[in-house]
Design a protein around this ligand. Structure first.
Ligand SMILES: Nc1ncnc2c1ncn2[C@@H]1O[C@H](COP(=O)(O)OP(=O)(O)OP(=O)(O)O)[C@@H](O)[C@H]1O
Ligand SMILES: [Mg+2]
Length: 295
């Protein structure tokens, strides 16, 4: 349930890294400006190395920006918060704890006063939500890749954060597992209305999940190229989205960006119309049937 209140405002963000000998610095990205509205699902697409994980780490408060700020719900962030949970690309579970204990560990830090019984009941709810009932006592080494990722998702959701930050959470999984986890995530978020920010390489994943898609150009000195509004109605799912007339224009626009424009963006910049504070907003639609619904 997206509304117009801004949940995250990224304002002039820049990150530089020093070279190993410390003599030079490289700007990974700079002059990033965009916002995420409350309850909105944003996907960020960009090529490897353009700074996506670095940006997500800064959003999570795990890393500092070189310049610029991030405002979350009217306050500048100055470190990690239990209101911003991260689902990492690797599952990042504690290997010596069972699935349930991994989740309990996180939940305990959020609500230290919870009784033992209430804690277990709370965590079991999230285990059930990601369909892991029966595997509570298994250690990460005894779980498949998809199951480990489910524990990571349950752990992030169980602390009931206002904002979910996800770094390619499904990229290491096979297509079938990825699809079912995408469906689960969609159904959970449609109930919780959490503000979500996800990095992905997968165009179809972005079209399925995102309300808007932020396109980041290649690094170094990456920029936000443009912000694409998803023109497929919200009731889309994996079985119907390719039937919508706007699907091909959406997909082609994103593909064209990844294949060509992410590299040639500097030429677009040269025409002078680009304003980093207000990157172009685009709405790819089918010219033939702009109002059509799913077939
Ligand atoms: N701690 C660091 N010190 C120096 N350079 C770094 C550090 N972390 C990242 N970089 C560099 O910053 C750039 C962006 O890295 P980042 O991991 O954010 O990319 P990414 O867009 O997430 O890539 P991928 O899609 O492959 O995950 C890379 O060139 C990387 O080498
Ligand atoms: Mg990355």
């Amino acid at each position: 349930m997206r509304n117009e209140r801004v949940a995250i405002s990224v304002e002039g963000l820049e990150k530089c890294f020093a070279s190993p000998d410390g003599k030079t610095t490289t700007q990974v990205f700079g002059d990033l400006w965009f916002d995420v509205r409350q309850g909105e699902f944003i996907c960020l697409i960009g090529h490897s190395g353009c700074g996506k994980t670095t940006l997500l780490n800064i959003l999570a408060g795990l890393e500092a920006a070189t310049s610029g700020t991030i405002i979350v719900e009217d306050r500048e962030i100055d470190g990690p918060s239990l209101d911003r949970a991260v689902i990492f690309q690797g599952h990042a579970l504690l290997p010596w704890l069972s699935a349930l204990n991994n989740i309990e560990f996180a939940v305990r830090s959020r609500w230290p006063e919870k009784s033992r019984a209430a804690l277990t009941e709370h965590c079991q709810r999230y285990i059930d939500l990601v369909h892991l009932s029966g595997s509570e006592q298994k250690k990460p080494a005894q779980l498949s890749g998809g199951m480990k990722q489910r524990v990571g998702i349950a752990r992030a959701l169980a602390i009931e954060p206002r904002i979910l930050l996800m770094d390619e959470p499904f990229s290491a999984l096979d297509a079938l597992t990825r699809g079912s986890l995408q469906d689960e995530l969609l159904s959970i978020i449609s109930q919780t209305h959490q503000t979500s920010f996800m990095i992905t390489h997968d165009i179809d994943e972005a079209i399925l999940l995102a309300d808007r898609i932020v396109l980041m150009t290649n690094g170094p000195q990456a920029r936000v190229c443009e912000i694409v509004e998803n023109t497929l109605p919200r009731d889309r799912h994996r079985g119907n989205m390719h039937k919508h007339p706007n699907y091909a224009p959406m997909r082609n626009h994103l593909l064209e960006f990844l294949v060509n424009r992410s590299r040639s963006f500097e030429a677009e910049l040269a025409d002078g119309a680009y304003d980093p504070k207000s990157p172009p907003q685009v709405r790819p639609v089918s010219e033939a049937e702009p109002q059509a619904s799913y077939a």
